[in-house]
Design a protein around this ligand. Structure first.
Ligand SMILES: Nc1ncnc2c1ncn2[C@@H]1O[C@H](COP(=O)(O)OP(=O)(O)OP(=O)(O)O)[C@@H](O)[C@H]1O
Ligand SMILES: [Mg+2]
Length: 381
């Protein structure tokens, strides 16, 4: 599986240890050893050229750049590689990703331990990258009324607030366009249909987008149900590719069906936020849709579950969702009927109207997890 091979760069100045590691990885088809460097001087240059998935650094590295200092330099250089630090039991090193220590391996170690750790570290790095690049988030559910529109709106506002990321909310529910009603948009406000699809440019977006008082921009669905038929999957592709060039984060509110249009949005998404509640039909449909997503070929990392109304099991055993989806939901949002209905009736996001409510905290946590590393907030801000 050459595409799955881990590209490894090693920085090791003790010849015996270097030789030992070469021996360990040479027998594994999973690892491609790019080079073993004797000191830290050329590491940044080599790492930039050879694009390793992992750099192993000996914490006891001597010379001009000491081991841990080098690890920090590699991290600060913004290279995509994960960094594994090897050390001896007498010199324990703590895992500290912000200082370039993603994992630590203490000598002596076996080939199995080394390869397993490399694999785990690379997987963790890849899923971090997936969320760091989570520029297009599609909020979907295989059952109506579970909170998609409410969550999409508040999530978009929270992302914009927190990260200062330019955020656009796209109404992908093209027939019913829930956002028009939620936000009390006048009937003649322009929609996705007003974009000149074949020669669409950034300036056109500015004319068509609805600027919500909450601070986010919104691309509305057509004003009438039958007009949805005028939008094609190709239009969706084109619009999304423009929107993601202009905005840091795009949140899409989707309908319940898996039509070609919905699939066009889902295909383009970096992360599908699948909303599930404690309701047996929803849970059953969620399992069925996960099968479909697998069959389509969406990687598992593309799908994240949001358990909405997480504190309202409605008589069901609380473990039922976890068992059905085979893992813990990635995000949980509590129920707050009064606040949600009131905010929705006024067309305002509850994350702004009641920032201290538990449900607002849940949305903020979800926003943080989804765009965590995309736009790091500078230290001290
Ligand atoms: N966490 C929550 N706590 C309390 N009420 C909620 C919560 N989330 C959603 N609701 C309520 O559930 C109802 C449906 O929400 P919403 O319209 O957002 O769902 P939807 O999935 O977009 O529905 P549709 O399938 O019709 O598009 C609304 O009345 C909303 O107020
Ligand atoms: Mg909706």
């Amino acid at each position: 599986m050459p595409t799955d091979q881990i590209r490894l760069l090693v920085v090791e100045d003790v010849p015996q240890v270097a030789q030992y590691m070469r021996g360990l990885v040479s027998t594994s088809p999973r690892v491609k050893l790019l080079d073993i460097l004797r000191d830290g001087r050329s590491v940044l240059e080599q790492a930039a050229q050879q694009r390793p998935d992992v750099v192993i650094v000996d914490a006891l590295l001597q010379g001009r750049v000491a081991g841990l200092e080098l690890a920090a330099q590699i991290r600060n250089a913004g290279l995509p590689a994960a960094i594994v630090v090897i050390t001896v039991p007498q010199r324990p090193v703590a895992v500290a990703p912000e200082r370039g220590v993603d994992a630590v391996l203490s000598m002596p170690f076996t080939g199995y331990e080394l390869i397993t750790l490399l694999q785990k570290t690379v997987e963790a790095q890849r899923s971090r990258d997936a969320s760091a690049a989570a520029a297009l988030l599609a909020v979907f559910a295989p059952k109506g009324g579970v909170g998609k529109t409410t969550l999409a709106f508040n999530l978009a506002v929270a992302i914009q607030q927190q990260r200062g990321a330019r955020t656009v909310l796209v109404d992908g529910s093209l027939q019913f366009g829930d956002l028009r009603a939620l936000l009390r948009v006048p009937a003649d406000a322009p929609s996705i249909l007003d974009l000149p699809i074949d020669r669409i440019q950034e300036a056109d977006l500015a004319d068509v987008l609805w600027r919500d008082p909450s601070g986010i921009d919104i691309l509305l669905a057509p004003p009438r149900i039958e007009m949805a038929d005028m939008v094609t999957p190709r239009d969706v592709e084109k619009v999304l590719s423009l929107v993601r060039r202009v905005y840091d984060v795009t949140v899409v509110d989707l309908p319940t069906n898996l039509s070609d249009l919905t699939l066009a949005f889902l295909d383009a998404a970096d992360v599908i936020l699948d909303v599930v509640t404690y309701d047996s039909t929803t849970i059953r449909n969620t399992v069925a849709v996960a099968d479909t997503f697998r069959a389509i070929g969406y990687p598992p990392s593309k799908l994240q579950y949001v358990l909405n109304r997480s504190d309202s099991p409605g008589g069901l055993d609380p473990g039922v969702v976890e068992r059905a989806i085979g893992r813990k939901p990635d995000h949980a949002v509590v129920s707050d009927g009064r606040l949600v209905v009131e905010a929705n009736n006024q067309g305002v996001p509850f994350v702004l109207a009641s920032p201290d409510a538990g449900i607002s905290g849940d949305i903020r946590r979800m926003a943080e997890a989804l765009v965590a590393e995309r736009r790091p907030v500078p230290a001290g801000v």
